[in-house]
Design a protein. Structure first.
Length: 565
């Protein structure tokens, strides 16, 4: 707006004449254009890099996997392409009997399936990594509180729902001269002394009891046994052999808010094998030697000399062909995603495994507590509770007769898989894995018979499909804020009506470590993080890896030396 007002000369006074007028306007201004690239403030490149790093939600993860397995089960088959390609045992006797017995070769288990001609299928080299296994990037997406679970221990089978907590068996005991009631848990209870448990049954309307001590005197038992003082409980509430479940309560004066929740964590597929690149890790092998031998033509069914191999020792790298962008995603606790998983699921395209038993499902699932020394009834074909949600596809081959071969379908982005059995405490904002998730594959006895008399619960191989990679850690302390101060409180904060405050844990910044040395410091380049995880994928057979629960009678995890030594 101009600072000048122009008054015509005829209005200066009455009868004033009209005259020409002019005003000299100075060419002055208090504004100027900003010249590009001119800065009057010093900017720290280090701070700019750090701000961009902390704000980035773009990841390029790499998993290095040591694949460890033991080719354990021998069998027989009438299907000629399989029969002529086994790693034979007692071949001279087989030559006489005509029944050839042996192990499937290593490439029926390995991540890489080479194009070795067997007469069964034409294996295409560019698809070599997709025949035996499928691979996914997943993240914990939601919780299933109503999952039906089952565990067997000491000839007792306990059925419960995930939200009920952790199962136990009661026995009476004496500790330090005091009479106690011992609770033998079927998985690690996670308790500490002076915490509390809420039982699934009550004694005279009381369900919450103080944890007096842990363990029963046996090595390792403190993780599986907790005791309460027997103050003279009468009746049949705490009789020996009674089963039930408990939930942890941290503060008996605030039982509702400090009571833990129990659930099965479910994973959502972010990327499937179409977005994952798999390569062998150069010249690196794992610590286990390859087992090879020469099969002479005189003792092979097709009179062909060849080299057979029982196991392999390859390591593999898994990387994404496209960036993983986690913007707008939250995990099963409604927090920022702090973990992703490389999820490996058996496909078995060759057809040795995965014959469907019900609902077109051939892949069984369970948790570590379902693996015993002997085959648990949980894995029986007739038990629909152990069915996975992955259907099978099939194809036929005809030699002397028609054979049907089954394989597990490939999952799509957005599909859901079950995961670990977990515990979470709202008040303390801590999640704990109670028992890890397991999948089991069984040989199709119509194709490869591993037993003389087929049954509905044959032996097989187990593996843990979800391999975690930590992107961020949450703090080891709980942040709090009064109810009136809601600014900068994250969406996952828990509001305590007792304390009238919000409670949450804050994720550490990249490069930040706490007093427990928890934190991550992955490289950051080209606006993306490059997290790396070196882990092991194990395929183990029946009885070789099971949860040994200390019970005072048969303890399989005794130390070689005692505490004094």
């Amino acid at each position: 707006m101009s600072d000048f007002t122009i008054i015509p000369s005829s209005l200066q006074y009455k009868s004033a004449p009209t005259l020409d007028q002019q005003i000299n306007i100075p060419l002055e201004s208090n504004q100027e254009e900003m010249v590009q690239y001119v800065r009057n403030t010093t900017i720290s490149l280090q701070q700019l890099y750090e701000d961009e790093r902390q704000a980035s939600v773009r990841f390029r993860p790499t998993f290095k996997i040591d694949f460890v397995y033991d080719n354990t089960y021998t069998g027989t088959t009438e299907y000629a392409p399989f029969r002529d390609d086994l790693y034979y045992v007692e071949p001279t006797q087989s030559k006489v009997s005509g029944v050839w017995k042996g192990f499937p070769q290593y490439y029926e288990f390995d991540f890489f399936r080479p194009n070795i001609p067997t007469g069964h299928l034409n294996y295409v080299p560019k698809s070599a990594y997709t025949y035996n296994w499928t691979y996914y990037i997943t993240y914990p997406y939601q919780n299933d509180y109503t999952k039906q679970l089952q565990a067997t221990y000491d000839n007792k089978t306990i059925n419960w729902v995930a939200q009920d907590g952790i199962p136990f068996i009661i026995s009476s005991s004496v500790e330090g001269g005091a009479s106690v009631i011992s609770f033998q848990c079927l998985m690690a209870h996670g308790l500490t002394e002076n915490q509390f448990v809420e039982l699934s049954f009550d004694y005279e309307n009381q369900r919450i009891f103080d944890v007096f001590s842990l363990g029963n005197g046996n090595y390792g038992s403190s993780d599986y046994v907790f005791n309460i003082i027997n103050v003279g409980y009468t009746g049949n509430t705490f009789f020996n052999g009674r089963t039930g479940t408990f939930r942890r309560v941290v503060d008996a004066d605030n039982p509702i808010e400090t009571r833990s929740k129990y659930y099965v964590r479910q994973h959502r597929v972010l990327k499937n094998q179409n977005d994952i690149e798999i390569t062998k890790t150069g010249f690196e092998l794992n610590a286990f030697q390859n087992q090879k031998k020469l099969e002479f033509s005189s003792i092979t069914p097709n009179n062909v000399t060849r080299i057979s191999q029982k196991t392999s020792s390859f390591n593999y790298d898994f990387t994404l062909s496209n960036d993983l962008i986690l913007s707008g995603l939250t995990n099963n606790l409604k927090q920022e995603i702090n973990e992703i998983y490389l999820t490996i699921v058996n496909k078995g395209f060759s057809g040795y495994f995965n014959r469907p038993f019900s609902n077109n499902v051939g892949l069984k699932q369970g948790w570590l507590f379902n693996i015993n020394r002997d085959v648990s009834s949980w894995w029986d074909d007739n038990n629909v509770l152990s069915n996975s949600n992955i259907g099978v596809l099939s194809y036929n081959k005809t030699t002397n007769r028609t054979y049907t071969f089954y394989y597990n379908r490939v999952l799509n982005e957005g599909d859901i898989l079950d995961g670990d059995f977990c515990e979470f405490n709202d008040y303390y904002q801590v999640e704990r894995v109670v028992s890890p998730y397991v999948q089991k594959i069984k040989f199709n006895q119509n194709i490869f018979a591993t037993v003389d008399q087929p049954n509905s619960n044959p032996q097989g191989y187990y593996y843990f499909p979800h391999l975690p990679m930590t992107l961020k850690y949450y703090s080891d302390y709980v942040e709090t804020s009064p109810a009136q101060q809601v600014e900068n409180i994250p969406s996952w904060a828990y509001f305590s009506t007792t304390d009238q405050q919000f409670r949450w844990r804050e994720p550490y910044l990249y490069g930040e470590f706490d007093n427990l040395n928890r934190g991550v410091n992955y490289p950051y380049l080209n606006q993306a993080h490059y997290p790396f995880e070196n882990t092991t994928f194990k395929l183990f057979s029946e009885g070789s890896n099971y949860q040994a629960i200390p019970n005072g009678v048969n303890l399989d995890i005794q130390p070689l030396i005692d505490d004094c030594e």
